[in-house]
Design a protein around this ligand. Sequence first.
Ligand SMILES: [Zn+2]
Length: 234
Amino acid sequence: MRKFALHEIGSGFERAYRLLVCSPLGRRTLDQFLPLLSHAQVEIRVLDERTQAELATGNLLQGDPAGAFCFDGVKRTIFIEPGLETGLLAPLLFHEMIHCLDEDYLKSFSKNEANWGSLRARAKALIIQDPAKLTQAHLSEVAALKREAEALDHQRLFMTERKAHKATYWVVQELVDAIEGYRFYVSRQKKIGFDLNQWVSEAEIIRKYGLNPNVLEGIRTSAQSHPFLVPEAA
Ligand SMILES: [Zn+2]
């Protein structure tokens, strides 16, 4: 068991990386994440009131209690609350790192944009039309486009949150085994609203992110297997 300054507060993320490398999964993830950061393919920014309001207006934000991930099709940005202790900063930052490295989530961005684009264009075309000429078929068509766009939205979000929560749970378990007092530290966070030591069920993800369970049928199993969770080769 190693000792670590879990309560440290300071600027910069180096202290969180130093904690994360104490876990094999944390180390593997940082090996993928840090090169992106040094090549400016990812940016980490402070999540304050202003950025929160700014992001809430777009459809690009994926919010968690003290962090968020934003992808605009090109740029990946992680937002993280300032002033967190290292013991809490590390797993929360790690959660956002998993979103950041989630190729399925990133790849489905353009399809998602295209879906919402078709819906907007069709709805706009119908609005400028003479209302007397609107038929039930028009309305059903718009409703179908909306269902399709929402379904992919919810599926992407579900998949990426399933991965991030699962990986974070795993990294916390590894840190509990590696770092002296981390189990106690984590149980203390529970009192202030972060229960990192607890497995997050699918039902909780659905509730937490306001997802429609009807559009998630059939994709749940694929969320179970994620490359980050494949045990390291011996
Ligand atoms: Zn998340």
